[in-house]
Design a protein around this ligand. Structure first.
Ligand code: ADP
Ligand code: MG
Length: 255
């Protein structure tokens, strides 16, 4: 476990699909300044774990806490508001919206979307929109996508879509981000960039839970990893240590 005060805690999370236990009694503690890796073969339950943490699917059993607040049964939007952000293994940008519009769509407290404030205080709504645009542009600069802000998201490469995912999650001002395979389908030139941005995000004080198959990325980013296999936590420790274990090597060979 981490030596830091925890920001995110998961206790005995369990989820079945039909009779199949995709996540089976997983517990973890993420330190407030930590980058914790989650590795394991395909089908191990890693993305399902993220779906449970983000509230995309309900828990069968277990408890999720963010900085002492129980989020076990909170709606996904409430978890985002509480500071829990996530990216998807397969990015899903709004293809016909521009890159900038995609980032702005993640802003918290979207006054413009609510009719009443727009009628009562249109000037305040417009001010908020302008402030959001300034912030969205700062974030696009941070992920090096500024030059594409007016392009539709559909023109982005795989790696650029991953960076747009990062930008969207940052726009919601998270304290914890869940990254599901940020290196998948990314060319080597952008990989270094993504690693560097994750380090920078963490240095801003955001804790990171990172699912990744790319072991170079895991080794560079994560002092500690949890190895999942068949829904369970098989091992936990430094990447260089756990990857030497015979049982860990076995599940990768089987998978
Ligand atoms: P990983 O991300 O580690 O590759 P997943 O969490 O995506 O694994 O999947 C774990 C297992 O749960 C897989 O066998 C997968 O087919 C199954 N699974 C995931 N989501 C669903 C779902 N919504 N309905 C049924 N089975 C699912
Ligand atoms: Mg997955």
């Amino acid at each position: 476990t981490s030596s830091q005060p925890p920001i995110l805690t998961a206790d005995s999370l369990t989820k079945s699909f039909g009779g199949f236990r995709a996540v089976n009694d997983i517990s973890l503690t993420l330190g407030a300044r930590e980058i914790l890796g989650v590795i394991g073969p395909n089908g191990a339950g890693k993305s399902t774990l993220f779906n449970l943490l983000a509230g995309a699917i309900p828990l069968d059993a277990g408890r999720i806490g963010l900085d002492g607040v129980d989020l076990s049964h909170a709606r996904p939007e409430a978890r985002i508001r509480a500071g829990l952000g996530r990216t998807f293994q397969i990015p899903r940008p709004f293809a016909r919206m521009t890159v900038l519009e995609n980032v702005m769509a993640s802003a918290q407290g979207q006054r413009g979307e609510r009719l009443l404030p727009a009628l009562i205080a249109p000037r305040r709504v417009a001010e908020q929109e302008r402030a959001n645009a300034v912030r969205a542009r700062e974030i696009l600069d941070f992920v090096a996508l500024s030059h594409l802000e007016d392009q539709p998201a559909s023109v982005l490469s795989g790696g650029q879509r991953k960076l747009l995912e990062l930008a969207r999650v940052l726009m919601a001002e998270p304290r914890v981000i869940l990254l599901d395979e940020p290196a998948a389908g990314v060319n080597p030139a952008l990989l270094d960039m993504i690693i560097d941005r994750i380090i920078a995000i963490n240095q801003l004080g955001i804790a990171v839970l990172l699912i990744e198959h790319n072991m170079e990325m895991i080794a560079r980013l994560c002092p500690r990893v949890i190895v999942m296999a068949a829904g369970k936590a098989l091992a936990e420790g430094a990447p260089s240590e756990v990857t030497k274990r015979a049982d860990v090597i076995d599940v990768y060979l089987e998978g």
